[in-house]
Design a protein around this ligand. Sequence first.
Ligand code: ANZ
Ligand code: ZN
Length: 815
Amino acid sequence: MPKYDPAEIEPRWQSFWEEKGMFKTPQYSELPKYYMLVMFPYPSGTMHVGHVKNYVIGDAVARYKRMCGYNVLHPFGYDAFGLPAENAAIERKIHPQDWTMKNINTIRGQIKKLGISYDWDREVITCVESYYKWTEWVFLKLYEAGLAYKKKAAVNWCPKCMTSLANEQVKDGKCERCDTPVTIKHLEQWFFKITDYAERLLKNLDKLTGWPEHVKTMQRNWIGESKGARIRFKVDGSEMQIEVFTTRPDTLWGVTFMALAPESPLIEHIVLPEFHQDLEKFLEKVGQQDRFRRGSADVEKEGFFTGRYVINPVNGEKVPIYVANYVLMEYGTGAVMGVPAHDQRDYEFASKYGIPIKQVIKPLQDAVVGKAYDGPGTMINSGELTGTPVPDGMEKVLSWLEERGLGKRAVQYKLRDWLISRQRYWGAPIPVVYCDHCGVVPIPEKDLPVRLPYNVQFLPTGQSPLMLSEEFRKTTCPKCGGPALRDVDTMDTFVDSSWYFLRYVNPTLTDVPFIKEDVDYWLPVDQYVGGVEHAILHLLYSRFITMVLHDLGYLSFDEPFENLFTQGMIYKDGAKMSKSKGNVVSPDDMIEKYGADTLRLYILFMGPPEKDAEWNDSGIEGVHRFIKKAWNLIDQIISIPDRANGQLTQEEKELRRKLHSSLKKITQDMEGGFKFNTAISSLMELTNTVSDYMDKIPQEDWNTGVLKEFAEKFLLMISPFAPHFAEELWHRMGKDTSIMKENWPKYDPNALTVEEIEIAVQVNGKLRDRIKIPVNADQDQVLQIALMSEKVTKFLSGEPKKVHYVQNRLLNIIG
Ligand code: ANZ
Ligand code: ZN
């Protein structure tokens, strides 16, 4: 009997599949399409088993769907630009391109050894010219549509990475990548106007019924819709007005001060001259505070009185104007109407500076003293609106304000425009030039790509490395032919990944990024699988770019991903795997030790795939024992010659029942969403049942028909998880076509019916009744049925003392 030898089997089938082109996807087919997409990786090193989980899940789905009769698109690529690759390259003093390409080769090799069924002809690498040419094209399209603009802005600056960061890349005031506290720098930057799409990005979430609820919630919170009003206050003794955004227009009568953000451009026009010097000092102090924490509840409130007042439009009251640290310039209008009685931050501010606190909402129940009350209640001290219940009466308040022209309804989003300029080398160039004569001039599409030069001093210095390349920077204006300078920044890597799923459809076209009919056929993606860490940024940006391209007529759909699945992480020793912690498990080591199929099965068996799971060496050992056992079992079955099997015996019927009920259950697990772990445990149980049968029944009595049916169906069912194993035994069974070409098996409903038989029931040795029981029911079950018969119980005086059961024949109760 040949031993299970994955090291011999697996490479052989990998070459076979590749030579026969079995992973290739025809562009069109009679079959319905299924686009199975996994999030492509940053090639910033080798992969560990945690990374691989994503691809193993995707492959199980892709292989299963092929068997179900779909034309499956299952591509792979690399998010190859960006800081991770660049930083790693700098650390190792090697060019980012060389470093990245080397890693890509390693990763590709790792994936191939796993037998993942990617269509390698469609591989996409974002840092190669043929791809980033079209990333530049995306920029141009946004620019033409008025959705890319440049402005001087205070940006988040990471002093270690020496680049600006999007708000999304700042976590708790620190750089997401290196944990360095982020500072502020004023730079001319390019932005994408994602805020124009805030409402649609929010509303469309309701359509995405195939997305996990928690991901949609994260997106909703990130977009952060607030409904309220904008209200203008006149500055006393001036023509100037200050507009505020408030979610509580019902508290307008309780305003006792006005607060401006320290960055507000209004300040210099408002503050009295004699206050100027002190104001400077105040602004300097606030400028040193952490801009991301300034607005949070626990930060000490600080303010500066400008010497001026505004007039409350509803009651004519004069209230002082302050500059306050907790007001942020980026939100609303950068100005707040202070209502200390009903807003906690205003309350703390007013208490500190001796500003009156005026109650205008009467709580439904007694409120906590010494705190702002922000709960429901009734408006008081509020002129005509006194008595209005809130928040129920908010509509009435808004209409009242609008009718009198005092304010207007407004919706405010937390979402900011997407800052895409990076002062780094390793990214797609921004395709514009600056001409003294013509100003900002986009590069014409026919002149794309703007090539990223290889020979550049790319170490970060705080200014863009491309600035140092005269050869890159100096050019001529496409409009007037005069001298011009190129933009020396590169694009945020999230731009690269915001459209890669379109490129997989037509990965090699050189004159267009994709063909509309083709992407319309393949997209939306049927199933997207990836890490929950991309719940906000990547998914939001991809949705945005898709909407823009849709609106420009390039696509017929406006949401790219129909179904989303977020897989959990693999932990080792209770922690996330990382090189620095030294708890990394390499897929290569596991493949060497157990083979790819064992690794694949174990990753899928570890638990529900959406949950985090702990890597366990004895766990993979156990899975390896299972696969060896299944190998031996099937090998034995294959080796017995077929013979005529008569009527099925009871055991044989049972065996078929188990086979078909497993098939039914596993099909449900596959259809009902990623329940690979329970599917695999059904396969294990089934193996045990068959093995018990073969142990119990002498070999010459084995029903070869039933056993071969088992072997065949078992191989089909395990093939999405352990494809090499399945393919090998499939051929050993004498099949001459690939198991990949087979259909997913259908269960036989007739095999599922449980047969009943009649058995005799004795009480104290005397026959008292005959009862019907399901074949092979156990003793407890049979006893229960027997005790429902009066003919039995009337001979018993209480609980049975002893029970003797001869399976499927006779039950004797001693009472
Ligand atoms: C008056 C008021 C009274 C407010 C009250 C709240 C309670 P969300 O829900 O986050 O949208 N606000 C407006 N712009 C601000 C800015 N640039 N910096 C800091 N705070 C700002 O919060 C909206 C509320 O946050 C607004 O409603 C405003 O305070 C404040 F009893 O206006 B409110
Ligand atoms: Zn010009």
